[in-house]
Write a protein that binds this ligand. Sequence first.
Ligand code: SF4
Length: 110
Amino acid sequence: MERKLSRRQLLRGAASAAVLIPVVQLGTRPAFADNKVSEDEPMAQALNYVHDIDAHPDIPRPDRSGVAGADQYCYNCGLYVGEDDWGPCSIFQNRLVAGPGWCTAWVPRS
Ligand code: SF4
């Protein structure tokens, strides 16, 4: 038995899909997207996290795993997943840290 859809049914289906697609996209959007780590929060302070390490020459960055301290930034840290100015860091439960930032948990990328 073949059932044909009426033009009205097709339009209704298309309208429903148009409403549902943005809802589905919102549901899959990473929860960390607008959740930047603040330098003032306790964990950031405990790890000496700053958004721009070059603006803080007072914070010592020891050489680690063959990488000079001066070459360590969030954007080349093994715990940083982003490629933009801000990216998720697993130490901060995937909340966003600044690419030019740094903290004492820095590890080289493998
Ligand atoms: S763990 Fe790495 S990416 Fe995360 S704040 Fe520290 S230096 Fe930046």
